[in-house]
Design a binder for this molecule. Sequence first.
Ligand SMILES: Cc1cc2nc3c(=O)[nH]c(=O)nc-3n(C[C@H](O)[C@H](O)[C@H](O)COP(=O)(O)OP(=O)(O)OC[C@H]3O[C@@H](n4cnc5c(N)ncnc54)[C@H](O)[C@@H]3O)c2cc1C
Length: 433
Amino acid sequence: MSATAAYSTWREPARDLPVIGHPDVLVVGAGSAGIAAALASSRRGAQTWLVERLSHVGGLAGFGLINLLLSLDDGDGRQVVAGICQEFVDALDALGAARHPSRSDWGSEDPGAVEQWRKWGLIWGAPPESVRYSVAFEPESFINVAYDLLEAHGVQLRLHTGCAATHTTDGRIEAVVVESKAGRQVIMPTLVIDTTGDGDVFTYAGATAEAVAIHPHQWFRMGGVTGLDGDEPMAGGIFFRTTDPGRVLVPWGGPGFAPSRINPVDPVELTRAEVECRRGVMAEVARLREQAPGFGEAWLDDITKQLGITESRRLVGDYVLEKNDGDRRFADSVARTGHWTRRGVVYDIPYRCLTTPAVSNLLTAGRCISTSRYVHQATKEIPAAMATGEAAGAAAVAALDVGAQVHAVDVEALRLDLAAAGAMVGGEPVPGM
Ligand SMILES: Cc1cc2nc3c(=O)[nH]c(=O)nc-3n(C[C@H](O)[C@H](O)[C@H](O)COP(=O)(O)OP(=O)(O)OC[C@H]3O[C@@H](n4cnc5c(N)ncnc54)[C@H](O)[C@@H]3O)c2cc1C
């Protein structure tokens, strides 16, 4: 028996950690929600830091290869998400790095138009289907747009830096411990926004959360596919056109494909999933080459660099948005979203879904906000994640003026501020907008 076998815990010696910054607002996690949160905060004049554990921003929307914005509309032709998400669409359009139906087609049930956009992965749900305001985009460009905007608006970005712990006093996060090649360091922000997707920060800070085991996905792209431009439906597998000629996006994974459900915050299960999913991807690549028309000479372009985790920890916050809240108008709504598979359903997202009773200076945005599992299907989507990110960034700055108490924010003023910046906040119409 090894001499260390008797140990099941190890007492880490106490030591002083270097404090590397005191930003007004610290955003943890630079996926689509974190990018929007940092931009919204910095644009309002707050000294804003954005930390990200990986080597790039974008999260699932970037090299997670979830390169479809589903959806910015309600399924019946009305736009319900705008603001920073729309700004990204405009920037991607200018680069030729996005494809989406024109406004005049949103809500159309014309079968030809529906079939055309189905090939881009923009049509989901039960008949009668309509053309949605959804967007296929190119991930490198999404990341480039993000870097340009973050730099232009003065966000201090630190990549390769993961949040490892928080220290909380009297229900307020005082210190955020980060880990990188520089070791363990501390950031002491006034306000914190958790956009980790997994709710790491609110978990470390002691907030209540829910989580379920899920089947992972591992999307990938193939190049050199021929015959994509014709009118025939794509055959031989499930794949979508992309903005690059001859390149397709394959949405591999989920029940029936990925080997088993995993706990998405357990590194052992994540490791197993990475290895097993990769084997599944390679088998699907071989099958497509053999069986799918146009794939004979195709090659594997890339596999997602972030395992596809549809849901992880969800905050149980000051309000939990439920299925029955579809189409309910909330006075404290700060964002809204449609549903990518259901037409005519619009959720207002109350400010209270971003806050927790456990911590006074913490906001949450993106896929880990406080909703039921059912509603999470809608609020997890990238446009909704960007909308809640934008709301959290603006709210954090508003909280700076009220003693860093997120529960003391004047939500009506916040709604006005967001609407003036171009966001769609839901609730009753905002005066003057
Ligand atoms: C298989 C699949 C298919 C999907 N399909 C679509 C679709 O077609 N259209 C659509 O709109 N949405 C889709 N979604 C949902 C959508 O992609 C995500 O829910 C959305 O991108 C979440 O954004 P986020 O910023 O909240 O989280 P993420 O994109 O996960 O970003 C979180 C970021 O935080 C970082 N991070 C995590 N922990 C830490 C830490 N401790 N310290 C520092 N950084 C940390 C991560 O590295 C990551 O960059 C899909 C999701 C999956 C998994």
